[in-house]
Design a protein around this ligand. Structure first.
Ligand SMILES: Nc1nc2c(c(=O)[nH]1)N[C@H]1C(S)=C(S)[C@@H](COP(=O)(O)OP(=O)(O)OC[C@H]3O[C@@H](n4cnc5c(=O)[nH]c(N)nc54)[C@H](O)[C@@H]3O)O[C@H]1N2
Ligand SMILES: Nc1nc2c(c(=O)[nH]1)N[C@H]1C(S)=C(S)[C@@H](COP(=O)(O)OP(=O)(O)OC[C@H]3O[C@@H](n4cnc5c(=O)[nH]c(N)nc54)[C@H](O)[C@@H]3O)O[C@H]1N2
Ligand code: SF4
Ligand SMILES: [Mo]
Length: 764
């Protein structure tokens, strides 16, 4: 059969933020199933690579949890299906009432996209503008805001670590063999292992599938990375391995940093981090002498004690050693839109950032996001400024934020709550209204994740299927709510609509004129694009109108980079947009140079800022050799509440049958602990924290560090199979995590260090 007869299509995987290009075969009943999945060889960065998970995406697309009708909570707490017109009218009325009585800033927003779908968040800008929403949060603000704060201030732009080119690579709290989180993770690991001239260093308490490929495994004690990183920097400084002329030319603030690290007790810190000082010093020497060095950190430290301080130290290591803006280090990227927006700091005269905060709890707002760990606390009080409504889209915070039960309670005290999702999630079960979205494969989609260098890409994907009956793409949901609230006059944007009929060139001119003349154009931007340009784009293509807007901005803001990729001249934005729509795989949108990695640093001298006073002061705390989080006699284990395993994908796939293999959901501990505490391999155990307890199967795993325990992420979601029976799926980790255990700078939770007790379950 030919490809067409077989219905072979190109798309991307939505199970992690790498979004590998896929070639899929559609089939099954009505051709609505994804029956075969391969890597797409023509994708410019994934180049045919996929991991084990992509072949199972049909479990996301087709499953018994999919919603097919708007749902409204009745007084008795059950949900009844209502038609779209009723749902939109009532949702608009309820949101309008909160806005009128308390102000739009009391309507909080959470979510806006998962691992494979960011057009919901882009479109929601229009809804948020219409409602006057001021505070938004999402998964980024429980993992990467500490990092964002650090790199915004040190570098001022998003960077790409050149892992595939660097002579020495270091992963800190990242297990790419399982979690990917980089292009072509497994081929990369094989290549670097087989290359005698390159070195892979991995910092992880566990002997992971990634450390199997490492030349150096620094098996740090859980939660003590800050001491290890300080020791590494300390040794490099104290051995005079610094490129002083380079620092003078490209950096500022390094003198204070160097002074500080001259006095760091390297051996003591290394030992406190659980490591042999000789190994730490040898590693520091390798880094200090590397031809090129690149790092990538991930949630192993971003969700651990001292996370923001550790992110700072992690980035000092390459920057102090001159590993920036040259081959094999890191380069500054240009993106169509930023997932992690650069944080706009307001520095006082001492160079300290005066962070904006949430009105009730004073939680820090970084990169425009509030930390989700504060959400329940912000709501559960009688402060006049507390939030009164919550809109959640493409996020499952009751499952993914620490302290699930607090957030459940908080949602029930709000005046109004709305969830827009493809499935009846744990969060949806607490909401007043639930609106069913078309799935990621049933509408035009894309993500803003790509951050490649020198060439960056963007992949706008056409739908594989029409929307499941009863569902709508989010831009249509947003537009209907805005209109039902009476926020636009009939005919208000007719001129733009008429211009769109004449083609993209005429539309561009009319659009920029309207931006100047009607302030609502900007306030409701995605809505205006959707309703004026959208209808002229072809069947089902209206949601891509926002991408047209982003293409205009990108080709103007980064004209040199875009021109190098061929997007040049007065129609550059339109040409790029057409290319994105026409290409079944990712398209190169711009090419940057190393020179631009410096010239785009946003300060007068284009210099890297190495001195962040709050964090250098915080580093003083390390001298006391006191862990920030500790185990105790009551809670002797430090639990990793959510490790990436072969078959976990956040909350994206609810049907637990997608996972293959044994022990996919088990709690793991080291065999020595199993013997010490009399907890046999395979036993049913009780896992307890200060927030709750649960029963779970235990598995011994000699890769674990003694004293630590681990459960996979994304488990414990409710799922009822076709036969009406609920299927079990492991530990609901966030019923056990405490939202108060969070970073003092960014508010990111310590999911990697949850003090826990494990005992044999009582046999009834
Ligand atoms: N299979 C799979 N892949 C995924 C996802 C998924 O759900 N499943 N989710 C995606 C998402 S959203 C993300 S953010 C990434 C996360 O990707 P990763 O951060 O790589 O994943 P984790 O397994 O959570 O944590 C990484 C490592 O941190 C280690 N660790 C635990 N405590 C500490 C510590 O104190 N210090 C250090 N240095 N390390 C520590 C763990 O042993 C683990 O090996 O994965 C993405 N990829
Ligand atoms: N204890 C603990 N908690 C964690 C973690 C951990 O390791 N341990 N990991 C954290 C990390 S790194 C992350 S990234 C977060 C992830 O947690 P969340 O931010 O909650 O995101 P997802 O799990 O991606 O869930 C996305 C939701 O989007 C829905 N969805 C899928 N497709 C669509 C669509 O097209 N439209 C709409 N409207 N909805 C859709 C899914 O059904 C799902 O409910 O969890 C965090 N929470
Ligand atoms: S690495 Fe795996 S899960 Fe991530 S996008 Fe690629 S195939 Fe999907
Ligand atoms: Mo994440």
């Amino acid at each position: 059969m030919s490809a067409e007869q077989k219905n072979i299509r190109q798309t991307a995987c939505n199970l992690c933020f790498v979004n590998c290009g896929l070639t899929v075969e559609l089939g099954g009943e009505d051709g609505r199933e994804i029956v075969k999945v391969r890597g797409d060889e023509s994708h410019p960065t994934s180049q045919g690579y996929i991991c084990n998970k992509a072949t199972r995406i049909n479990y996301y697309q087709n499953n018994a949890a999919r919603l097919t009708s708007p749902m409204r909570r009745a007084a008795d707490g059950t949900y009844e299906a209502v038609d779209w017109d009723t749902a939109i009218t009532e949702v608009a009325e309820r949101l309008g009432r909160v806005k009128a009585e308390h102000g739009g800033d009391k309507i909080f927003y959470y979510g806006g996209g998962g691992q494979g779908n960011h057009l919901v968040g882009a479109s929601a800008m229009g809804l948020r503008g219409a409602l006057g929403v001021k505070y938004k949060g999402n998964a980024i603000s429980q993992e990467k805001t500490g990092l964002a704060w650090v790199i915004s201030r040190m570098i001022g732009g998003m960077t790409h670590p050149e892992l595939h080119h660097a002579q020495v690579v270091m992963f800190i709290g990242k297990n790419p063999f399982m979690s990917n989180g980089m292009d072509r993770a497994r081929p990369f690991l094989r290549e670097i292992k087989n290359d005698p001239d390159r070195t892979l260093i991995v910092v992880d308490p566990r002997r992971t599938e990634t450390t199997d490929f490492a030349d150096i495994h620094l098996a740090v004690k859980a939660g003590r990375d800050a001491w290890l990183m300080a020791a590494l920097i300390g040794h490099i400084v104290q051995s005079d391995l610094l490129p002083m002329a380079w620092l003078e030319q490209h950096a500022m603030g390094y003198e204070a940093v160097i002074d500080y690290f001259r006095t760091v007790p390297v051996d003591e810190y290394a030992a406190f981090a659980g490591l042999d000082p000789a190994q730490v010093k040898e590693t520091a020497g390798i880094i200090g002498r590397a031809q090129s060095f690149a790092i990538e950190e991930d949630i192993g430290i971003q969700m651990a004690p001292h996370s923001t301080l550790t992110s700072y130290l992690n980035h000092l290591l390459p920057l102090l050693t001159g590993n920036y803006g040259k081959d094999g280090t890191m380069g500054m990227v240009t993106q169509l839109a930023e997932v992690i927006a650069m944080h706009d700091s307001r520095l006082d005269s001492d160079g300290r950032d005066q962070l904006q905060t949430l009105p009730v709890t004073g939680a820090p707002i970084i990169s425009g996001l509030y930390p989700g760990a504060f959400l329940a606390e912000e709501i559960l009080n009688d402060h006049p400024e507390r939030p009164r409504a919550l809109v959640v889209e493409s996020g499952n915070p009751v499952h993914s934020l620490p302290g699930a039960n607090n957030l459940r309670k908080a949602m029930r005290t709000l005046d109004f709550s709305l969830v827009v999702d493809v499935a009846m999630t744990e969060t949806a079960r607490e909401a007043d209204y639930v609106l069913p979205a078309a799935s990621t494969y049933e509408k035009w989609e894309s993500t803003f994740f790509p951050r490649n260098f020198p060439a960056n890409i963007f992949h706008l994907r056409e739908p594989l299927f029409t929307p499941t009956p009863g569902t709508l793409p989010e831009p249509e949901i947003h537009a209907r709510i805005i209109e039902a609230m009476g926020l636009v006059e009939p005919g208000e944007f007719d001129d733009l609509r008429a211009a769109a009929e004449q083609g993209l060139e005429a539309y561009r001119d009319a659009f920029f004129a309207a931006m100047g003349s009607n302030p609502k154009t900007g306030q409701l931007l995605p809505y205006v694009l959707y309703r004026t340009l959208g209808p002229t784009l072809g069947e089902g293509e209206a949601p891509t109108a926002i991408i047209w807007g982003l293409c205009q901005v990108y080709t103007m803001k980064y004209s040199a980079e875009a021109a190098r990729a061929g997007w040049t001249g007065p129609n550059a934005g339109n040409d790029l947009f057409r290319a994105l729509k026409d290409s079944p795989t990712a398209v190169v949108i711009g090419e940057s140079t190393y020179e631009e990695s410096f010239s785009r640093i946003p300060n007068a001298g284009n210099k890297l800022q190495l001195h962040l006073p709050e964090l250098l002061e915080e580093a003083e705390v390390l001298r006391e050799l006191q862990p920030l989080m500790a185990t105790s006699q009551d809670y002797p284990f430090s639990l990793v509440a959510g490790a990436r395993r072969a078959y976990t994908a956040n909350c994206i796939i609810r049907d637990p049958r997608w996972a293959k293999g044994r022990q996919v959901t088990a709690l793991t501990i080291h065999p020595d602990d199993g013997e010490k505490y009399n907890l046999p391999d395979g036993a049913m155990v009780k896992l307890e924290t200060d927030m709750g307890s649960t029963l779970i199967d235990l598995a011994w795993d000699d890769r674990m560090q003694p004293g630590t325990a681990s459960v996979p992420n994304g488990q414990g979601m409710s799922f009822t199979g076709e036969d009406g029976n609920a299927l079990p799926s492991g530990v609901y980790a966030n019923e056990l995590t405490n939202p108060r255990n969070r970073d003092r700078f960014a508010g990111t939770p310590f999911h990697k260090f949850v003090p826990a007790r494990i005992t044999l379950a009582e046999t009834a």
